[in-house]
Design a protein around this ligand. Structure first.
Ligand SMILES: Nc1ccn([C@@H]2O[C@H](COP(=O)(O)OP(=O)(O)OP(=O)(O)O)[C@@H](O)[C@H]2O)c(=O)n1
Ligand SMILES: [Ca+2]
Length: 510
């Protein structure tokens, strides 16, 4: 019996040494293939999952609806958000609806219809909708808080009736407007994510100065925002602190209410009327031959001009253009009192501002005006070049200008002499005189999105800009896959070679 058992044992051993290794090897290779398949499937490119966001910019002169689109997988990277639509709402700014709030649904419905068309239906419920109102509504709130509330309530109930994820409709502050504009342009210019490549902490200071300052000019207010050279100076205005992608920023921002283009023109006309009360105003800021009638009640029935209100023996003002840039500029300088300053440095009206520093992006009405005047090119490197152009442009007869640019809206066209002079004067007051080449007039940045506060607002509210740098993965996906394949192959080859050697040696031993 023991002999029989011994023989069976050795047969089993032989079977195992002959076929066992083959079975094991086969199983091993199958496992490797499975491992690779799982790795590759897990890491393969799935179709991109896009997200959308809607922001209404309810400005003083008009409302625009922006739709942004980005990849859900790359949510914390930067420069990946695209503006896919800028729908201009037909009509004035929302503050003009104080006495006819019932018309707000009709006013906003066309652009909301566009949003429904452009965003896939199954994404509607997760698409956030925000409306931010700026200086026009700030002024209305100062004049009549109830009216401002009624307008926002009507906007809220209308936007809520859509299948989107409506978040809120509110008046944003001037500092928010300035800060979000600064975030937008630096995000789009790649100034924030560029830091990811820097590993040298000593370069932190220089790098933080690399951001662009932001200059925004609207119809009713204007903002200036930048990282000052010296952030340790004592400031009566709290600097804003941001931590973005692992870096700290100390940012100065100020919003001048009533110093947007439209309100500044009213301010100028009101001051002129008070200083030389006459039914006819010879105005150097309009082209020779241009005429416009303005109601005195409209001119002074306004938060920005009411301090000049007086009794006049006429109720209409006739404006007659004389087209003289230098005289226009002299008049505009009167809007910016600079003599009084309690701090180390000021802009105007005694407002603290550190000296301007770094490169600046100038957008909205800065851009519209300078674009029309053909002054946005980088070849315009000095203020003198702008002055020469303005002298010549303002002196052109209105008739000639009107026929040359027949396709430009008359409201805009008639005011480009004024607004060009205003832009130049405002920048002089900010002290950009010897700094002109550092101003970059911009509209759409890198074909991604328009410069303005809306994108920064949405990035912030959807937490798309992390405070800390996302931890980079040790290997990129192609490297990871190649390494997996290479090591699996090496393992397989070693195993096959090993089993052949083992098999042969046990055969010879027999
Ligand atoms: N092609 C254009 C478009 C606008 N404008 C002028 O630009 C100013 C409005 O600029 P905008 O940035 O649209 O202002 P709002 O956002 O409406 O105003 P705010 O930011 O002050 O609320 C107005 O004076 C308008 O006449 C212009 O000159 N040319
Ligand atoms: Ca604006």
């Amino acid at each position: 019996m023991p002999l029989m058992e011994g023989r069976r044992d050795s047969r089993v051993k032989r079977f195992l040494s002959k076929n066992g290794l083959v079975i094991l090897g086969f199983t091993f290779i199958l496992s490797l293939i499975a491992l690779l398949a799982v790795g590759l499937t897990q890491n393969k490119n799935t179709p991109e999952n896009f997200k959308f966001g809607i922001v209404f910019d309810a400005g003083s002169s008009h409302t625009t609806m922006y739709i942004y689109k980005w990849s859900a997988e790359k949510v914390n990277d930067t420069g990946l958000v695209y503006e896919i639509e800028a729908c201009k709402v037909k009509g004035p700014g929302i503050s003009a609806f104080a006495s006819n709030v019932q018309d707000i649904p009709v006013y906003l419905s066309k652009c909301m219809g566009r949003a429904k068309e452009l965003i896939p239906k199954y994404k509607h419920h997760q698409t956030p909708v925000y409306l931010g109102a700026t200086a026009g509504m700030r002024l209305l709130r100062m004049e009549n808080e109830q009216s401002a509330k009624r307008i926002l309530a009507s906007v809220t109930s209308f936007l809520n009736s859509y299948p989107f994820n409506f978040r809120d409709a509110r008046i944003i502050s001037g500092s928010e407007e300035g800060a979000y504009g600064w975030i937008t342009i630096n995000y789009l210019l790649g100034k924030l994510q560029k830091k990811q490549n820097s590993e040298d902490p000593s370069s932190r200071k220089n790098e933080s100065q690399e951001t662009y300052g932001a200059l925004d000019l609207g119809g009713a207010s204007t903002q200036i925002t930048f990282v000052p050279k010296d952030t340790n100076i004592s400031s009566p205005i709290k600097f804003m602190q941001f931590r973005l992608y692992g870096w700290n920023y100390t940012v100065y921002t100020y919003s001048f209410l009533c110093y947007g283009q439209d309100q500044a023109l009213l301010l100028k006309l009101a001051k002129d009327t008070v200083e030389t009360p006459s039914g006819t105003l010879l105005d150097p800021c309009f082209h020779p031959g241009y005429e416009r009638m303005v109601d005195i009640s409209d001119l002074f029935n306004n938060v920005c001009t009411r301090e000049y209100k007086d009794l006049f023996p006429f109720d209409k003002l006739r404006i007659q253009g004389t087209g003289d840039f230098l005289q226009c500029q002299e008049r505009l300088h009167n809007l910016f009192p600079t003599t009084y300053c309690r701090y180390t440095s000021c802009t105007f009206n005694g407002v603290f501002m550190p000296p301007v520093h770094g490169e600046f992006g100038a957008f909205s009405a800065y851009y519209y005006t300078m674009k029309f005047l053909n002054l946005t090119s980088d070849k315009v490197t000095s203020e003198d070049m702008v002055i020469e152009k303005m002298k010549q442009y303002c002196s052109r007869p209105w008739k000639e200008v009107n026929t040359t640019y027949a396709d430009v809206k008359e409201k805009y066209l008639s005011e480009y002499c004024f607004s060009g002079t205003y832009v130049l004067t405002l920048l002089q007051v900010y002290n950009f005189t010897d700094y002109w080449k550092h101003i970059h007039f911009m509209h759409k940045i890198n074909d991604n999105a328009e410069a303005g506060w809306t994108l920064g607002y949405m990035l912030n509210l959807t937490n798309m800009i992390p405070a800390e740098l996302p931890q980079p993965k040790p290997f990129s996906r192609p490297t990871y896959i190649s390494l997996m394949v290479a090591f699996s192959l090496v393992l397989a080859i070693v195993f096959i070679l090993g089993s052949i050697i083992f098999h042969k040696s046990s055969y010879f031993q027999k």
